[in-house]
Design a protein. Structure first.
Length: 294
């Protein structure tokens, strides 16, 4: 045999061997087989892993239909047959046992919060409108005995101020009582206070509500806001005020004088033109005459 033939046979054998190796490698890639040998322990662990994965694989729809068909054809012997007489009547479950849903919780929370807010708001309104029985403005305020009040008036040079009641107190002349009784705005409680020798005036100007101070020079009350003027009895003498100063209802008990500063205790001042005391300005006006407030 010539050398050329030998070379040709060798090349052919190499080609066949290469084809066989390529085919074997391709087969191993298709089947997913690992290269080389595995120990017995490794193969055992791999098998258990595959079994667990297979157990966790959810059944397909076809598997479920097949199982249902088998169950219809061959019902389980463990299922007990119940006759009509043994059927237990249905009883509605207890809502407390079922618990509260998220929607029920939110609805009840909103209703509870709104009810609580409405109750607090209502109580606040009632407390604001309800006359106060305690001391302080808005209720009954004790001023003191007649002698104590006169001492305070003398110290104020004709004007006694009680800040807790927001009240001015001045002496009322007994000679003017007859005229005062003919003024319809002077109710019996006001007349009672005048008979005791005093008038109890609300410090607020009836024009726009400014605090009215006394004027030591004119001996009148003169409002610095818009110039309203009142004599010592609170009767209007000038300015834009629509009436005289409002006054508080006095209460005399056991020689002690108190005033009712609640809304029910305020009496509207006398109309324009009322002048029971005849008092005129005793000096320069504080608002227009350069007298200056005390």
């Amino acid at each position: 045999m010539s050398s050329g033939a030998i070379i040709a046979i060798g090349v052919g054998a190499l080609v066949v061997l290469a084809v066989l190796l390529f085919a074997g490698a391709a087969r191993r890639r298709d089947t997913g087989e690992a290269i080389g040998g595995l120990s017995r322990e490794t193969r055992k662990r791999d098998k258990s892993t595959r079994d667990v994965a297979a157990a966790k694989t959810p059944p397909t729809g076809r598997d479920v239909e097949k199982a249902a068909a088998i169950e219809r054809r061959e019902p389980s012997k463990d299922v007990a047959k119940v006759t009509a007489g043994e059927v237990t009547p249905w009883v509605a479950p207890d809502p407390e046992t079922l618990g509260v849903t998220r929607r029920q919780f939110l609805n009840r929370g909103v209703v509870t919060l709104m009810s609580f807010s409405s109750a607090v708001f209502g109580l606040t309104i009632i407390g604001f409108l309800w006359p106060s029985s305690a001391g302080g403005f808005g209720g009954k305020v004790r001023l003191g005995s007649a002698s104590e009040i006169k001492t305070i008036i003398a110290a104020g040079k004709g004007f006694g101020y009680f800040p807790e009641a927001r009240c001015w107190v001045t002496e009322y002349p007994a000679a003017a009582l007859e005229k005062a009784r003919n003024v319809t705005a002077y109710t019996p409680p006001v007349i009672q206070g005048m008979e005791a020798g005093f008038v109890f005036l609300y410090q607020k100007c009836v024009h726009l509500g400014c605090r009215v101070p006394e004027c030591a020079t004119s001996q009148w009350f003169e409002c610095p806001c818009h110039g309203s003027q009142y004599n010592r009895a609170g009767e209007k003498k000038g300015g834009p005020a629509p009436r005289g100063l409002d006054r508080f209802t006095p209460e005399i008990s056991g020689g002690v004088i108190s005033v009712n500063t609640s809304t029910t205790g305020i009496i509207l001042g006398p109309p324009i033109g009322t002048n029971t005391t005849g008092q005129e300005a005793e000096g320069p006006h504080c608002v227009t005459g350069g007298g200056g407030h005390a």
